[in-house]
Design a protein around this ligand. Structure first.
Ligand SMILES: Cc1ncc(COP(=O)(O)O)c(C=O)c1O
Length: 420
């Protein structure tokens, strides 16, 4: 299994003495390792890497990406502003969004160097009517449905992301009518995409690109699959590189320009690099034939994925007790919200079903480390439900230092914008 965030029980105690749990933890060395691994997607093309910042937009993480030359895919106008706040220049940012900012603001960003990827015919029309001549990108829905869970598929008939591939003639007529310059074609089919899906989806976007003679970049999106619990195979980058090489070689024989190839993963870069440290606050059981529940001081307010998708995260019991070789028992790990769905140990793909884990005896006060929590956790939590403040985030630097990259919210910050 891939290199994952780990923590010794003694370190958990030391950390929790400084920062209250729950606490997001990230490992800078793992992020660097993941960026290094992605370089193997290089071929006879120039490779450009972006980070889908929706996965983890905290400035301290974006700064690690920027130091390594990893650019940004922003999923909203606000992410563009946030990336700029972390130090990114507009020239390093691409906007691929379901919703656009007001036109004058969009044009200001494009004039400043941001790459705009039109994600619908309407977005393309609005841009065309503005008269701006800066080259842009177009995102297609290639019709290929993929993703680890139904809700992480963002292509195919039941998905609204990108322009449906059969509408290419409408795209071409807008382009021709308005003299638009389409410099990039883009696709992103889902999060957690199986390798079997890639050949068709890559081939399809290269096929579409043949209709756009000015295209200089082909962006193949994110979706590089990781296995948080080790139960499934991860994406094989060697195979993915050869899938891209086949499509690229075929395309390059027809095209005037050799395109830059872009990938913009979120999960692959961050999932294994992060974890949430949480403390067991209570233990209850529902009698014979029932369950034993570990109540922890974290929950959907830090990690929503189990509740939203039926996603499973690896959970480790960190104990410094000498009796740690007690027999194992089954436990259901539940969050601190007044919500019966706030459960960490669910059946894969089915948040309605419990799937207990086995640990040596756990006592109140013990720590659990919830792994695979670097991507789509701090960015996608149900923060503020039950008025819990946002948790702090700490980065273990490559020197082994713990660096606070986001403070824990003070309780008053939860209601600070309310008017009495
Ligand atoms: C446009 C776009 N690019 C990239 C990504 C990153 O996907 P992943 O985290 O699977 O790499 C997403 C995530 O949904 C996305 O919407």
């Amino acid at each position: 299994m891939a290199h994952q965030f780990t923590l010794k029980a003694e370190d958990a105690h030391r950390l929790a003495a400084h920062y209250p749990t729950p606490l997001y933890l990230y490992d800078e060395a793992i992020i660097h390792q993941k960026i290094d691994e992605l370089q193997s997607l290089q071929g006879d093309w120039e490779l450009n890497l972006r980070f889908a910042m929706k996965a983890c937009p905290t400035a301290g993480i974006l700064q690690v990406m920027r130091q390594r030359g990893v650019q940004i895919d922003a999923g909203s106008y606000y992410e563009v502003l946030r990336a700029q706040n972390a130090g990114y220049d507009l020239q390093e940012i691409q906007l691929t969004s379901q919703e656009l900012p007001p036109l004058p603001e969009l044009l200001r960003l494009i004039e400043g160097g941001m790459l705009f990827t039109a994600c619908s015919l309407r977005q393309l029309e609005v841009y065309a009517e503005s008269g701006c001549q800066k080259p842009i990108g177009v995102r297609f829905n290639t019709g290929i449905r993929a993703g680890e869970f139904n809700r992480t598929s963002v292509a195919g008939k039941s998905s609204s992301f990108g322009i449906w591939h059969e509408k290419i003639s409408e795209v071409l007529s807008i382009v021709e009518r308005s003299g638009l310059h389409i410099a990039q074609l883009h696709q992103h089919v889902g999060v957690g995409v199986d390798l079997e899906i890639w050949p068709d989806s890559v081939r399809k976007i290269f096929e579409l690109a043949k209709q756009f003679p000015e295209v200089r970049r082909i962006n193949l999106g994110g979706g590089l699959k990781v296995s948080r619990t080790g139960a499934e195979p991860e994406v094989c980058l060697v195979e993915l590189q050869s899938i891209v090489a086949n499509a690229f070689n075929d395309y390059a024989t027809h095209a005037k320009h050799q395109p830059i190839i872009e990938f913009e993963p979120g999960t692959f870069l961050l999932a294994h690099a992060g974890a949430v440290l949480t403390r067991v606050t209570d233990i209850v059981d529902t009698g014979e034939d029932g369950y034993t529940f570990l109540k922890v001081d974290s929950g959907m307010t830090d990690i929503l994925r189990p509740m939203m998708y039926g996603a499973q995260h690896p959970i480790t019991h960190l104990s410094v007790r000498a009796d740690h070789d007690m027999p194992e028992k089954s436990y259901v790990v539940v969050g601190h919200c007044c919500e019966s769905g706030d459960v960490f140990t669910v059946r894969k793909g089915d948040p309605e079903e419990l799937s207990p884990l086995r640990f040596h005896e756990v006592l109140p006060g013990d720590f659990l480390l919830i792994g695979g929590a670097g991507a789509y956790c701090s960015s996608m939590s149900a923060a503020h439900y039950n008025s819990y403040p946002r948790s702090a985030e700490v980065l273990r630097t490559r020197d082994g230092e713990w660096k606070l990259i986001r403070k824990r919210e003070a309780p008053e910050e939860v209601w600070k914008d309310e008017l009495l």
